[in-house]
Design a binder for this molecule. Sequence first.
Ligand SMILES: CC(C)=CCC/C(C)=C/CC/C(C)=C/COP(=O)(O)OP(=O)(O)O
Length: 289
Amino acid sequence: MERIRERVIQIYGNLVSLLQKCIFCILSVGPIPNHIAFIMDGNRRFTKKCKLMEGAGHKVGFSALMSMLKYCYEFGVRYVTVYAFSIENFKRSPEEVQSLMDLMLKKIEEILKKQSIVNRYGVRVIFSGNLKLLSEPVRLAAERAMLATAKNSKAVLSICVAYTSTNEIMHAVQESCEEKWDEITLLNSSGAGYGLINLGGYEQDEMDHLIKLTDIEKHMYMAAAPDPDIIIRTSGETRLSNFLLWQSANCYLYSPSVLWPEIGFRQFLWAILNFQQIHFYLDKLKKQS
Ligand SMILES: CC(C)=CCC/C(C)=C/CC/C(C)=C/COP(=O)(O)OP(=O)(O)O
Protein backbone atom coordinates (compact mmCIF):
# COMPACT_ATOMS: atom_id res chain seq x y z
CA MET A 1 0.00 0.00 0.00
CA GLU A 2 2.83 2.33 0.98
CA ARG A 3 4.60 1.66 -2.35
CA ILE A 4 1.45 2.48 -4.34
CA ARG A 5 1.10 5.72 -2.41
CA GLU A 6 4.73 6.67 -3.14
CA ARG A 7 4.25 5.86 -6.85
CA VAL A 8 1.09 8.01 -7.05
CA ILE A 9 2.94 10.94 -5.42
CA GLN A 10 5.83 10.50 -7.86
CA ILE A 11 3.51 10.46 -10.91
CA TYR A 12 1.69 13.52 -9.59
CA GLY A 13 5.03 15.33 -9.09
CA ASN A 14 6.14 14.49 -12.63
CA LEU A 15 2.84 15.73 -14.08
CA VAL A 16 3.08 19.02 -12.16
CA SER A 17 6.63 19.62 -13.32
CA LEU A 18 5.65 18.80 -16.94
CA LEU A 19 2.79 21.29 -16.71
CA GLN A 20 5.15 23.94 -15.29
CA LYS A 21 7.59 23.34 -18.15
CA CYS A 22 4.75 23.80 -20.69
CA ILE A 23 3.71 27.07 -19.00
CA PHE A 24 7.32 28.33 -19.07
CA CYS A 25 7.54 27.40 -22.73
CA ILE A 26 4.46 29.50 -23.54
CA LEU A 27 5.64 32.40 -21.35
CA SER A 28 9.07 32.47 -22.95
CA VAL A 29 7.47 33.83 -26.13
CA GLY A 30 7.42 37.13 -24.18
CA PRO A 31 10.38 38.87 -22.52
CA ILE A 32 12.17 36.90 -19.80
CA PRO A 33 13.38 39.05 -16.89
CA ASN A 34 17.14 38.98 -16.58
CA HIS A 35 17.19 39.69 -12.86
CA ILE A 36 14.59 39.07 -10.13
CA ALA A 37 15.14 40.21 -6.53
CA PHE A 38 13.19 38.97 -3.51
CA ILE A 39 12.39 40.60 -0.17
CA MET A 40 11.47 37.54 1.89
CA ASP A 41 8.99 39.20 4.24
CA GLY A 42 6.69 37.48 6.72
CA ASN A 43 8.63 34.51 8.15
CA ARG A 44 7.91 35.33 11.82
CA ARG A 45 4.28 36.07 11.02
CA PHE A 46 4.05 32.65 9.38
CA THR A 47 5.47 31.06 12.56
CA LYS A 48 2.75 32.78 14.60
CA LYS A 49 -0.03 32.13 12.08
CA CYS A 50 0.71 28.39 11.98
CA LYS A 51 1.54 28.20 15.72
CA LEU A 52 4.98 26.74 14.96
CA MET A 53 8.06 26.65 17.15
CA GLU A 54 10.18 29.78 17.20
CA GLY A 55 12.42 29.99 14.10
CA ALA A 56 10.42 27.40 12.15
CA GLY A 57 9.06 30.06 9.78
CA HIS A 58 12.57 30.92 8.61
CA LYS A 59 13.27 27.23 7.91
CA VAL A 60 10.11 26.94 5.80
CA GLY A 61 11.16 30.27 4.27
CA PHE A 62 14.42 28.73 3.11
CA SER A 63 12.52 25.88 1.39
CA ALA A 64 10.31 28.49 -0.29
CA LEU A 65 13.47 30.22 -1.50
CA MET A 66 14.75 26.97 -3.03
CA SER A 67 11.44 26.54 -4.93
CA MET A 68 11.60 30.12 -6.22
CA LEU A 69 15.21 29.63 -7.34
CA LYS A 70 14.16 26.50 -9.22
CA TYR A 71 11.35 28.38 -11.02
CA CYS A 72 13.68 31.28 -11.86
CA TYR A 73 16.48 29.15 -13.27
CA GLU A 74 14.08 26.80 -15.12
CA PHE A 75 12.47 29.82 -16.75
CA GLY A 76 15.82 31.29 -17.80
CA VAL A 77 16.27 34.12 -15.30
CA ARG A 78 20.04 34.57 -15.01
CA TYR A 79 20.30 36.71 -11.88
CA VAL A 80 18.45 36.24 -8.61
CA THR A 81 19.05 38.40 -5.53
CA VAL A 82 17.65 37.80 -2.05
CA TYR A 83 17.51 40.07 0.99
CA ALA A 84 18.55 37.54 3.61
CA PHE A 85 19.68 39.76 6.50
CA SER A 86 19.77 43.56 6.72
CA ILE A 87 22.09 45.64 8.92
CA GLU A 88 18.89 46.67 10.76
CA ASN A 89 18.23 42.99 11.59
CA PHE A 90 21.26 43.07 13.95
CA LYS A 91 18.99 45.13 16.28
CA ARG A 92 16.78 42.08 16.91
CA SER A 93 17.22 40.12 20.16
CA PRO A 94 20.63 38.39 20.42
CA GLU A 95 18.84 35.00 20.50
CA GLU A 96 17.01 35.72 17.24
CA VAL A 97 20.14 37.05 15.52
CA GLN A 98 22.05 33.94 16.67
CA SER A 99 19.31 31.59 15.47
CA LEU A 100 19.20 33.31 12.04
CA MET A 101 23.00 33.12 11.76
CA ASP A 102 22.94 29.41 12.74
CA LEU A 103 20.33 28.79 10.06
CA MET A 104 22.40 30.71 7.52
CA LEU A 105 25.50 28.67 8.38
CA LYS A 106 23.61 25.38 8.04
CA LYS A 107 21.95 26.38 4.78
CA ILE A 108 25.21 27.60 3.22
CA GLU A 109 26.61 24.07 3.79
CA GLU A 110 23.43 22.64 2.26
CA ILE A 111 23.57 24.73 -0.91
CA LEU A 112 27.14 23.60 -1.53
CA LYS A 113 26.16 19.91 -1.68
CA LYS A 114 26.54 18.19 -5.04
CA GLN A 115 22.82 17.72 -5.62
CA SER A 116 21.82 21.23 -4.50
CA ILE A 117 20.02 23.71 -6.76
CA VAL A 118 23.21 25.79 -6.95
CA ASN A 119 25.20 22.95 -8.48
CA ARG A 120 22.35 21.54 -10.56
CA TYR A 121 21.84 24.87 -12.36
CA GLY A 122 25.49 26.00 -12.44
CA VAL A 123 24.90 28.98 -10.14
CA ARG A 124 27.64 31.27 -8.91
CA VAL A 125 26.89 32.41 -5.35
CA ILE A 126 27.87 35.91 -4.26
CA PHE A 127 27.39 37.31 -0.75
CA SER A 128 26.75 41.05 -0.99
CA GLY A 129 26.95 43.40 1.96
CA ASN A 130 29.21 44.60 4.72
CA LEU A 131 30.56 41.11 5.41
CA LYS A 132 32.89 42.43 8.13
CA LEU A 133 29.81 42.72 10.35
CA LEU A 134 29.22 38.94 10.25
CA SER A 135 30.56 36.55 12.85
CA GLU A 136 33.70 34.75 11.76
CA PRO A 137 32.10 31.31 11.11
CA VAL A 138 29.39 32.82 8.90
CA ARG A 139 31.84 35.07 7.06
CA LEU A 140 34.19 32.16 6.42
CA ALA A 141 31.32 29.96 5.22
CA ALA A 142 30.19 32.75 2.87
CA GLU A 143 33.73 33.10 1.51
CA ARG A 144 33.94 29.32 1.07
CA ALA A 145 30.68 29.30 -0.87
CA MET A 146 31.82 32.13 -3.15
CA LEU A 147 35.10 30.36 -3.85
CA ALA A 148 33.48 26.96 -4.41
CA THR A 149 31.01 28.35 -6.97
CA ALA A 150 33.26 30.98 -8.59
CA LYS A 151 33.55 28.98 -11.81
CA ASN A 152 29.80 28.39 -12.22
CA SER A 153 28.68 30.56 -15.08
CA LYS A 154 25.08 29.71 -16.01
CA ALA A 155 23.41 31.92 -13.39
CA VAL A 156 24.14 34.11 -10.37
CA LEU A 157 22.61 34.14 -6.89
CA SER A 158 23.39 37.24 -4.82
CA ILE A 159 22.64 36.77 -1.14
CA CYS A 160 22.44 40.17 0.57
CA VAL A 161 23.59 39.83 4.18
CA ALA A 162 24.57 42.62 6.57
CA TYR A 163 23.22 44.77 3.74
CA THR A 164 21.39 48.08 3.41
CA SER A 165 21.36 50.27 0.33
CA THR A 166 22.52 53.36 2.22
CA ASN A 167 25.51 51.41 3.55
CA GLU A 168 26.24 50.12 0.04
CA ILE A 169 26.15 53.64 -1.46
CA MET A 170 28.31 55.10 1.34
CA HIS A 171 30.84 52.28 0.92
CA ALA A 172 30.98 52.75 -2.86
CA VAL A 173 31.39 56.55 -2.61
CA GLN A 174 34.13 56.21 0.02
CA GLU A 175 36.01 53.61 -2.04
CA SER A 176 35.73 55.77 -5.18
CA CYS A 177 37.04 58.86 -3.30
CA GLU A 178 39.96 56.88 -1.91
CA GLU A 179 40.76 55.50 -5.35
CA LYS A 180 40.70 58.98 -6.93
CA TRP A 181 42.72 60.42 -4.08
CA ASP A 182 45.40 57.74 -4.60
CA GLU A 183 45.40 58.48 -8.33
CA ILE A 184 45.87 62.23 -7.79
CA THR A 185 48.59 61.68 -5.14
CA LEU A 186 50.44 59.35 -7.50
CA LEU A 187 50.28 61.88 -10.35
CA ASN A 188 51.42 64.72 -8.09
CA SER A 189 54.33 62.69 -6.76
CA SER A 190 55.34 61.82 -10.33
CA GLY A 191 55.59 65.53 -11.11
CA ALA A 192 52.39 65.95 -13.15
CA GLY A 193 51.29 68.44 -10.47
CA TYR A 194 47.52 68.75 -10.71
CA GLY A 195 47.22 70.29 -7.26
CA LEU A 196 43.81 70.63 -5.64
CA ILE A 197 40.83 70.52 -7.97
CA ASN A 198 39.14 73.89 -8.25
CA LEU A 199 35.47 73.04 -8.37
CA GLY A 200 34.66 76.48 -9.83
CA GLY A 201 36.26 76.35 -13.27
CA TYR A 202 38.23 73.18 -13.78
CA GLU A 203 40.20 72.24 -16.86
CA GLN A 204 39.63 69.09 -18.95
CA ASP A 205 42.54 67.20 -17.37
CA GLU A 206 41.22 68.10 -13.91
CA MET A 207 37.75 66.86 -14.95
CA ASP A 208 39.30 63.46 -15.60
CA HIS A 209 39.91 63.17 -11.89
CA LEU A 210 36.35 63.81 -10.81
CA ILE A 211 34.40 60.77 -9.71
CA LYS A 212 32.17 59.31 -12.40
CA LEU A 213 29.04 57.22 -12.10
CA THR A 214 30.94 54.15 -13.34
CA ASP A 215 33.53 54.63 -10.54
CA ILE A 216 30.80 54.45 -7.92
CA GLU A 217 28.98 51.58 -9.59
CA LYS A 218 32.04 49.37 -9.77
CA HIS A 219 32.40 49.62 -5.96
CA MET A 220 28.80 48.66 -5.22
CA TYR A 221 28.30 45.38 -3.34
CA MET A 222 25.93 44.46 -6.18
CA ALA A 223 28.40 45.35 -8.94
CA ALA A 224 28.36 41.83 -10.41
CA ALA A 225 24.65 41.95 -11.29
CA PRO A 226 22.67 44.18 -13.67
CA ASP A 227 19.79 46.23 -12.24
CA PRO A 228 16.78 44.08 -11.30
CA ASP A 229 13.76 43.92 -13.60
CA ILE A 230 11.38 42.80 -10.86
CA ILE A 231 11.47 43.07 -7.06
CA ILE A 232 9.03 40.70 -5.36
CA ARG A 233 8.19 41.57 -1.76
CA THR A 234 5.78 39.24 0.01
CA SER A 235 3.15 39.97 2.68
CA GLY A 236 1.57 42.83 0.74
CA GLU A 237 4.25 45.37 1.73
CA THR A 238 5.18 47.90 -0.95
CA ARG A 239 8.20 49.48 0.84
CA LEU A 240 11.73 48.76 -0.32
CA SER A 241 13.16 48.84 3.24
CA ASN A 242 16.61 50.05 2.16
CA PHE A 243 17.03 47.30 -0.46
CA LEU A 244 18.58 47.97 -3.91
CA LEU A 245 17.59 51.67 -3.85
CA TRP A 246 20.36 52.60 -6.30
CA GLN A 247 19.53 49.73 -8.67
CA SER A 248 15.72 49.90 -8.68
CA ALA A 249 15.07 53.14 -10.59
CA ASN A 250 13.33 51.34 -13.48
CA CYS A 251 12.23 48.21 -11.74
CA TYR A 252 8.75 46.71 -11.41
CA LEU A 253 7.66 46.03 -7.81
CA TYR A 254 5.31 43.10 -7.27
CA SER A 255 3.82 42.61 -3.86
CA PRO A 256 1.67 39.49 -3.37
CA SER A 257 -0.26 39.30 -0.11
CA VAL A 258 1.06 35.85 0.89
CA LEU A 259 3.75 35.53 3.58
CA TRP A 260 7.19 34.49 2.29
CA PRO A 261 6.97 30.79 3.33
CA GLU A 262 3.64 30.58 1.45
CA ILE A 263 5.00 31.91 -1.88
CA GLY A 264 4.68 29.46 -4.75
CA PHE A 265 4.31 28.90 -8.48
CA ARG A 266 1.12 30.98 -8.72
CA GLN A 267 2.82 34.13 -7.37
CA PHE A 268 5.85 33.56 -9.60
CA LEU A 269 3.63 33.23 -12.65
CA TRP A 270 1.64 36.34 -11.78
CA ALA A 271 4.84 38.38 -11.31
CA ILE A 272 6.09 37.31 -14.75
CA LEU A 273 2.72 38.00 -16.45
CA ASN A 274 2.54 41.49 -14.91
CA PHE A 275 6.14 42.20 -15.90
CA GLN A 276 5.47 41.11 -19.49
CA GLN A 277 2.29 43.18 -19.66
CA ILE A 278 4.15 46.33 -18.50
CA HIS A 279 6.96 45.55 -20.93
CA PHE A 280 4.56 45.31 -23.88
CA TYR A 281 2.78 48.51 -22.83
CA LEU A 282 6.06 50.48 -22.54
CA ASP A 283 7.21 49.07 -25.88
CA LYS A 284 3.98 50.23 -27.52
CA LEU A 285 4.36 53.72 -26.01
CA LYS A 286 7.95 53.90 -27.28
CA LYS A 287 6.86 52.95 -30.81
CA GLN A 288 4.08 55.57 -30.78
CA SER A 289 6.37 58.44 -29.72
C1 LIG B 1 21.43 30.85 3.12
C2 LIG B 1 20.21 31.69 3.04
C3 LIG B 1 19.98 32.45 1.81
C4 LIG B 1 19.35 31.69 4.08
C5 LIG B 1 18.14 32.55 4.13
C6 LIG B 1 17.16 32.07 5.16
C7 LIG B 1 15.99 33.02 5.26
C8 LIG B 1 14.67 32.57 4.76
C9 LIG B 1 16.17 34.24 5.80
C10 LIG B 1 15.10 35.27 5.97
C11 LIG B 1 15.60 36.34 6.89
C12 LIG B 1 14.64 37.42 7.23
C13 LIG B 1 15.10 38.35 8.27
C14 LIG B 1 13.43 37.54 6.62
C15 LIG B 1 12.38 38.54 6.96
O1 LIG B 1 11.32 37.92 7.69
P1 LIG B 1 11.06 38.36 9.17
O2 LIG B 1 11.91 37.54 10.08
O3 LIG B 1 11.31 39.85 9.26
O4 LIG B 1 9.55 38.04 9.45
P2 LIG B 1 8.35 39.11 9.66
O5 LIG B 1 8.33 39.95 8.41
O6 LIG B 1 7.14 38.27 9.82
O7 LIG B 1 8.68 39.91 10.89
